[in-house]
Design a protein. Structure first.
Length: 314
């Protein structure tokens, strides 16, 4: 009776026939801690789907997806005390954490099989307005793959932190990404004044990519609604079965003749499934009713979430 929905369906990734070299790059993730590895897989899945909604060609989508898989590979060299620290990092620790971009880039550049995908590691924390790191680049110098991976990375980081079990409330996450498409009130770029002024109209994230993320999320929510509704149909089938058992039980208790009692008892036995008995079916039926009401509520809230997302403006 358990139902779970995977935020990051891998169907799109499986559409690519990865060759031996590509499998080598993906195997690098096995050296990461489980949390970081899962994050890299999530970001790659999101990146792949963003590319499709952005109408990127197959070769670029595949390239960008591999870059996303490797974007945090530099965290191999970050001390676990910093990487896995549950509390907020100190300023000094944050500076160490930021080095994962250049460490990952250097690692990729030293390996001929990883070198083509080094951009993912280097650029995924750069911001269009020049407030990112490691180089403080602006839009004109940040490759498109870096801009895409940044949005996927930011989204998954927030989702993971908030530990969503459904897309309910996800519009609040999207509001944060929208906020990061808006220009900063105070320019922070350290280059010449004219370059600062040139970038004051930019935010951190590319709004076109964030809009594509909306489509990915809505697509996911609609899929979650479909899966939940299918589960509800299964629950309804089981509830009808329990209802029939209840009717047979009432008739059996009212029957005066032994043969009639046995007739209804046999009917009940045919309807009962493994681990179900006359003694426990009522409590199981109640569980199904509760699950049904809960899932109906989930569908209602997911539909509200889609409406909320469609009202968001960038």
């Amino acid at each position: 009776m358990k139902y779970e929905f995977d935020f990051y369906d891998k169907a799109n990734l499986k559409s690519y026939n990865l060759n031996e070299n590509m499998r080598y790059q993906l195997n690098m993730l096995d050296r990461l801690d489980l949390f970081t590895k899962k994050h890299c897989e999530n970001v790659a899945s999101l990146t792949c789907r963003l590319c499709e909604y952005l109408h990127c060609n197959k070769n670029f989508t595949e390239y960008c997806t591999i870059c996303a898989y490797l974007h945090d590979i530099g965290k191999l060299f970050i001390p676990p005390t910093i990487l896995q620290k549950p509390d907020k990092l100190t300023d000094e620790e944050y500076e160490v954490m930021k080095t994962h971009t250049t460490l990952g880039y250097n690692m990729c550049m030293k390996d001929l099989k990883l070198r083509p995908y080094a951009a993912g590691a280097l650029y995924h924390h750069e911001a269009l307005n020049g407030t990112g790191y490691p180089q403080g680049l602006t839009k004109k110098d940040i490759p498109y793959e870096g801009q895409i991976i940044r949005v996927a990375d930011e989204y998954d980081a927030i989702v993971s932190k908030r530990q969503y079990k459904s897309h309910i409330g996800i519009s609040d996450t999207l509001k944060i990404l929208i906020e990061n498409t808006k220009p900063s009130k105070t320019p922070h770029h350290s280059e010449a004044l004219h370059e600062m002024l040139e970038n004051t109209h930019l935010g951190k994230n590319n709004p076109v990519i964030v809009k594509a993320l909306f489509k990915v999320v809505i697509d996911d929510i609609e899929h979650e609604i479909y899966c939940t509704e299918q589960y509800i149909k299964d629950l309804q089938t089981e509830m009808k079965r329990f209802e029939q058992i209840e009717k047979y039980k009432e008739k059996m208790e009212k029957a005066k003749k032994e043969k009639d009692k046995n007739f209804y008892l046999e009917g009940i036995k045919m309807l009962l499934k493994a681990n179900e008995t006359l003694e426990n079916y009522a409590s199981l039926w109640e569980e199904y009713k509760n699950a049904y009401q809960t899932r109906k509520g989930v569908v209602d809230n997911l539909n509200k979430e889609i409406k909320a997302i469609k009202k968001l403006k960038i």
